[in-house]
Write a protein that binds this ligand. Structure first.
Ligand code: 8YV
Length: 327
């Protein structure tokens, strides 16, 4: 790879990151921030030494089949890599990196915010004030569900899941989790967490479910129609991971029929489309995929991207290499 590689960045990144990229690389920026079309992505993979995509770019087998011989690194801006066909990348000897760790606390904060907002009807209350229809305090108006003492079932006890658990413990929630592997006993002990090998068994006993696992072929529709039916009627579902982990139509149907108490969703199955039936429900809080949207987080993510590119361009293994086996 040349010392000043051609780096094509698909979306507008924070200014300091773009400035540094211009200094270090032959960077081609997207000043308008318009998402690239599939044909623009094809042009990009033909010309670039390094592609810097985000969650909004689908880097699938068809795109990668058109990659030019120069393309050696996909340095994704984000932690999830479900938008990249890792197998095709490996077959073409293209290294893939991501930005783990730096958005953990921000995403956990947003998860906790939803865990609080849905049962305590935060957004509904705010809407009531803005509607001008609030007629004053009453002993029985805007009653929600208490958080303290409830059971939280975390699906995916990785970095973000553990950071959610730490926060939730402080709010008096009992921590339960399902994960591919049981976590270290010290972590389990510090969180006073209960491990459920069987997701089905955990689901039927929880008051709140938080989805914190990545989207992979194995977790697609992990919360299927069948599994959602295992939840108790008074349960809430919060998702700050990926929409694809939940069967969104099945979830919506259950919420419409009050078979679930509510949901807090920061991610959707077909972003940016949102099931229009969800928009009509008071029992849901809907956010536009903003879990990691802090200035600090996005800057840290950009810095990670730069380190990954620079290390690779200098002939070393970049720190955040993504291996297929990890997902
Ligand atoms: C990012 C995310 O903002 O990193 C992730 O996996 O879901 C988001 O928080 C987005 O992916 C950036 O590409």
């Amino acid at each position: 790879m040349p010392p000043r590689p051609i780096v094509i960045v698909t979306r507008k990144l924070p200014d300091p990151i773009e400035t540094r990229m211009m200094e270090l690389f032959d960077a081609r920026l997207n000043l308008s921030d318009a998402p690239m079309t599939q044909s623009q992505l094809v042009e990009a993979v033909k010309d670039a030494d390094v592609l810097v995509p985000t969650v909004t770019d689908r880097i699938d087998a068809a795109i990668l089949s058109q990659a030019g011989p120069r393309l050696k690194l996909i340095a994704s801006f984000g932690t999830g890599v479900d938008h990249i066909d890792l197998k095709s990348a490996r077959q073409r000897a293209i290294t893939v990196t991501n930005t783990p760790g730096v958005l953990t606390e921000d995403t956990a904060d947003m998860t906790m915010a939803l865990i609080l907002a849905v049962p305590r009807r935060l957004i509904e209350g705010e809407r009531l004030i803005r509607s001008g229809n609030w007629s004053g305090w009453s002993p029985t108006s805007m009653l929600g569900q208490r958080i303290w003492g409830k059971r939280l079932g975390i699906i995916g006890m990785g970095r973000i899941g553990s950071a959610v658990a730490r926060r939730a413990k402080g709010f008096g929630l009992a921590i339960h989790y399902h994960n591919r592997r049981r976590v270290q006993s010290e972590l389990e002990a510090s969180l006073e967490a209960t491990y459920w090998e069987s997701l089905d068994q955990m689901l039927s006993r929880m008051d709140i479910i938080s989805v914190n696992c990545p989207h992979t072929p194995a977790t697609y529709h992990l919360l299927s129609a069948r599994r959602l039916k295992l939840l108790q009627r008074h349960a809430y579902v919060v998702n700050t991971s990926r929409g694809e982990v939940i069967d969104e139509n099945a979830l919506t149907r259950m919420l419409e029929k009050n078979e679930l108490a509510g949901a807090g969703l920061d991610v959707f199955e077909h972003e940016p489309a949102v099931n229009p039936k969800l928009l009509k429900l008071d029992s849901v809080v809907l956010l536009p995929h903003m879990g990691s949207a802090t200035i600090e987080g996005r800057t840290d993510m950009g810095e990670k991207v730069i380190v990954n590119i620079k290390t690779f361009a200098d002939g070393h293994k970049p720190p955040d290499r993504v291996l297929e086996a990890m997902f």
